[in-house]
Ligand binder design. Structure first.
Ligand SMILES: N[C@@H](CCC(=O)N[C@@H](CS)C(=O)NCC(=O)O)C(=O)O
Length: 217
């Protein structure tokens, strides 16, 4: 079996790495992790040794190289179809792909103002109206998916899918910055925080020695 490697950044900070890692873990693939600590003098060269974009995550399998979290998620779904990483119902699958695409290309105010730092505990802080809009849209999406497609389990489309991998870092940000959630969005966030795969990532994030000052202020 060809060896699979996933190049990722710090587990505490690298939200895109978390998405790719969750998708690959959900697939059941056996893989090795190569963790490159971010924001250090040697980071750029260390990532460039693997990645044509200078970004993580990146997957290597033999001579295949797959960069970008969404492409890694699609690769995982295609190679491990039995894992059901996308919902089996075509209508649900189309929505799942849409919400992942929306996450992948949007919510820049939220991502900029609320950097992911899994270990961090804030008392709550003021944020811009753009971030407020992002929060409202995310809550609308979660509520819609849960109501329309979530009958068979606690995740967005019932059982865990790539869509949950894409929103797990948002749940972590909502926890850190104490964004108040209610009803189905609160329940969904709790599901993600208790998701065993995410718990595994969180445990390592707590043990990591690396700190990036700008994400701790
Ligand atoms: N669109 C890319 C974004 C990847 C990205 O921005 N990764 C960040 C870490 S989360 C990175 O590699 N930054 C390089 C650095 O900090 O040196 C994806 O979905 O994978």
């Amino acid at each position: 079996m060809t060896k699979i490697e996933l190049v990722i950044g710090n587990k505490n900070y690298s939200s895109w790495s978390l998405r790719g890692w969750l998708a690959l873990r959900m697939s059941g693939a056996q893989f090795d992790e190569i963790l490159v600590p971010l924001d250090r003098p040697e980071t750029r060269a260390a990532i460039a040794a693997h990645s044509p974009t200078g970004l993580v995550p990146l997957l290597k399998c033999g001579d295949e190289v797959v960069w970008d979290s969404l492409a890694i998620a699609e690769w995982s779904a295609e190679r491990y179809p039995e894992a059901g990483l996308w919902p089996s119902n075509p209508a649900a699958r189309a929505v799942a792909r849409s919400v992942c695409a929306e996450m992948h290309s949007g919510f820049s105010a939220l991502r900029g103002e609320f950097p992911m730092s899994i270990r961090r505990e804030e008392q709550g802080r003021a944020f811009s109206s753009e971030t407020q809009k992002d929060i409202e849209r995310i809550c609308e999406l979660w509520t819609f998916c849960r109501e329309k497609f979530g009958q068979d389990g606690p995740f967005l489309f019932g059982s865990a899918s790539i869509a949950d991998a894409f929103f797990a870092p948002v749940v972590s940000r909502f926890r850190t910055y104490r964004v108040q959630l209610e009803g189905p969005t609160k329940d969904y966030a709790q599901t993600i925080l208790e998701w065993p795969l995410f718990q595994e990532w969180i445990a390592v994030a707590h043990e990591e020695p690396f700190k990036i000052g700008k994400y701790e202020e």
